[in-house]
Design a protein around this ligand. Structure first.
Ligand code: F6R
Length: 363
């Protein structure tokens, strides 16, 4: 039931601190990830993984895009990420020692399942499913599975399934780094434990985000910007807004702005930007100046230590400081809340957006 919440989506957004705790449960010990929590065959499989191909659809695809930054940076393994419906109709070249990873909340998405079955004919060293539904087709048919333990997700727009996938993918990153390099990334493991508390702090901004949402209710378009691992966070923010509020939204890596989309920016265009305190911040700030110079209205979600101040045309909402490895997780939350409140203002069917189904079991 929805309990005290008006919609399942809101309930599921607010469940994220608990389910993130659940996905971590029993998988970390003494400052290190427990590789055996991926199952008995994981150690040998991760040892052999020279590269990784990640396949998924929709929101799960966005989780895969975040994981690429993590696996390359913290485990040193090259990664390709692709939507399942494209992958299954190409002629993918699979270098020796490649691990296949499928991401799916439901484990029943037709294209993702078909991609897994196709991958089995292509000489991968094995397959890993990261999935929320135990006993689903994807879990049954892959060699190794890691469950995301988000519990049932009723809202069609995926929220807690995405953030728990991200945690699972960080566990994968840590496991591969440990097996291949003997690197525990103790700092990241430590921060993982603090993540539920940080999420609660961000969810406490709900009222402020609701106030912000009024600026969007009358808009036809919105632009989301991010850099690095926050580019996929921007993609996910744009997808949420499209799905439930029916506002046309696009996401760009901020550095691409002047290669085209800047032409769209005028005083009618709200631009949402995620600005954690990472080494791309200075570059992002100059991208934001470009938007301001064209009269675009800026909404910036920024680290509390970042020096971006609200001024004419720039609204800043600050988030607590978080280790940059986990910032994509935390910065997802305000974007979920923003799209939720915009949809409520517009009076759409938040939990059952038009034309969409929760589980896409046909091609
Ligand atoms: C978006 C959404 C969809 C799903 C996609 C894949 O909010 O829910 O984009 O992410 O249909 O579904 P799963 O993860 O079940 O394979």
């Amino acid at each position: 039931s929805k309990g005290e919440y008006r919609h399942y989506m809101l309930k599921e957004i607010f469940e994220q601190p608990e389910v993130i705790e659940a996905v971590l449960e029993g998988r970390l010990s003494a400052g290190s990830v427990l590789v055996e929590s991926f199952g008995p065959d994981a150690q040998a499989l991760f040892q052999r993984a020279r590269q990784i191909h990640v396949i998924a659809c929709g929101t799960s695809f966005h989780a895969g895009l975040v994981a690429r930054y993590w696996l390359e940076r913290y485990a040193g393994v090259p990664v390709q990420v692709e939507v399942a419906s494209e992958y299954r109709y190409r002629h993918p070249v699979v270098p020796e020692g490649t691990l296949f990873v499928a991401l799916s909340q439901s484990g029943e998405t037709a294209d993702t399942l078909a991609a897994l079955r196709f991958a089995k004919t292509l000489g991968y060293i094995g397959s890993l499913a990261i999935c929320n539904v135990p006993g689903s087709s994807l879990v049954r048919e892959s060699d190794v599975a890691l469950m995301t333990r988000a519990g049932p997700e009723i809202g069609v727009a995926s929220t807690k399934a995405f953030t728990t996938q991200l945690v699972a993918l960080m566990l994968l990153t840590l496991a591969v780094a440990k097996v291949q390099r003997g690197d525990d990334h103790r700092d990241i493991v430590e921060v993982l434990g603090t993540l539920p508390g940080l999420c609660r702090q961000v969810l406490a901004l709900n009222g402020q985000i609701e106030a912000l949402s009024q600026a969007f209710a009358e808009k036809q378009h919105a632009l989301f910007l991010g850099r690095g691992a926050h580019y996929p966070v921007a993609l996910e923010g744009a997808l949420k807004l499209k799905e439930i509020s029916y506002i046309h939204a696009e996401a760009y890596p901020a550095g691409e702005l002047k290669h085209g989309p800047l032409a769209l920016v005028d005083s009618e265009m709200p631009v949402i930007s995620v600005a954690p305190n990472d080494d791309l911040l200075e570059k992002l700030k100059s991208n934001l100046q470009e938007v301001r110079a064209r009269g675009g209205q800026l909404f910036v979600f920024a680290d509390e230590n970042v020096d971006i101040t609200g001024q004419e045309g720039i609204q800043v909402l600050t988030l607590p400081y978080v280790h940059e490895a986990l910032a994509p997780l935390l910065y997802t939350l305000p974007l979920q809340l923003l799209s939720y409140h915009v949809a409520v203002l517009k009076g759409t069917d938040v939990d059952q957006p038009r034309n969409l189904a929760k589980s896409v079991t046909v091609e």
